[in-house]
Write a protein that binds this ligand. Structure first.
Ligand SMILES: [Zn+2]
Length: 288
């Protein structure tokens, strides 16, 4: 159910009036806003980065293969999901792929920054969007699956987000989540991206267990490229090159293709149930 932000009574739709107290979520630029004070200056992300992301995601190896890993896990664990809610949906690159692969699933997107929602709503006109603070979501047993892809590391209170996601899921529902991994990979890319942390091995699993979830699958990802990533970040630390942190987007088409080819080898193993112990990212699927 959707919960009234004022009196906690159940309300019918995200844009509906509360039948108990009459409260109704305000709207910003046509989007229902559950955290209007944070819609433009919420911190944790450069809101103007959405335009660059929107232009780059379609061809950048990292976003392309990450989508296929996400789709693989969704097909394996929740192929018949009725609803999918992406928290921190950004420009909607992941949601769009989910909407195409699961045409019978009702798709919802939540994002703190209204800037991102404009791009996402263009991409997936059939989905329902809202501006939302992931720490305090007005849902109780509402969704079959929740996704959060490289979102938790931006939020100081990540455990609050996991608790809120647990409450928002139906019993038996799934949370699928990716985060950057290994603190020793920290560089100015993380500083620029306003990351609060890179996760230690086992940290995300423990935090989801603490929120009440059962861990079904956990693997590192971006493992075969780890040596390249480590050296590149070591050099960045020394030279302080690409101070805007967007250098990882500016790669040649050839390098992009080679990296995609390498990550597709990983995908092949992940599809067959093999988990990688170390890697630039961790992706897990857990169940309520
Ligand atoms: Zn109310």
């Amino acid at each position: 159910m959707i919960v009234c932000c004022k009196c906690a009574h159940s309300i019918e739709g995200i844009a509906s009036c509360c039948p108990q107290c009459g409260w109704q979520a305000p709207q910003i630029d046509g989007f229902v806003a559950f955290a209007p004070d944070l819609a433009h200056e919420g911190g944790g992300f450069h809101a103007d980065a959405f335009e660059r992301l929107y232009a780059q995601e379609n061809r950048h190896f990292w976003f392309r293969v990450r989508n296929d890993v996400i789709l693989t896990l969704l097909h394996q664990f929740s192929a018949t999901m009725k609803s999918f809610f992406e928290i921190g949906c950004g420009t909607g690159y992941v949601m769009n792929a989910v909407a195409q692969h699961f045409p019978h699933t009702k798709i919802f997107g939540g994002e703190l920054f209204v800037n991102g929602l404009h791009f996402a709503a263009q991409r997936i006109p059939t989905a329902e969007f809202m501006q939302i603070d992931a720490r305090y979501m007005p849902f109780d047993a509402e969704f079959s699956v929740i996704g959060m892809f490289d979102v938790l590391e931006h939020i100081a209170e990540d455990t609050l987000v996991l608790q809120s996601a647990y409450t928002a899921l139906q019993p038996g529902g799934f949370l699928i989540c990716s985060v950057p991994q290994h603190q020793w990979l920290w560089s100015n890319v993380d500083d620029y991206a306003k990351h609060q942390r890179r996760y230690q091995r086992g940290e995300l699993e423990q935090k989801t267990r603490d929120a009440g979830f059962t861990v079904l699958r956990s693997t590192s990802f971006n493992s075969l490229l780890l040596p390249v990533m480590f050296i590149s970040r070591l050099l960045q630390r020394k030279q302080m090159s690409s101070p805007d942190g967007m250098g990882e987007f500016n790669i040649s088409p050839l390098v992009n293709r080679v990296c995609e080819w390498i990550l597709r080898i990983e995908l092949w193993f992940i599809k067959r149930g093999i988990n990688f112990p170390v890697g630039g990212s961790r992706i897990i699927i857990v169940q309520k």
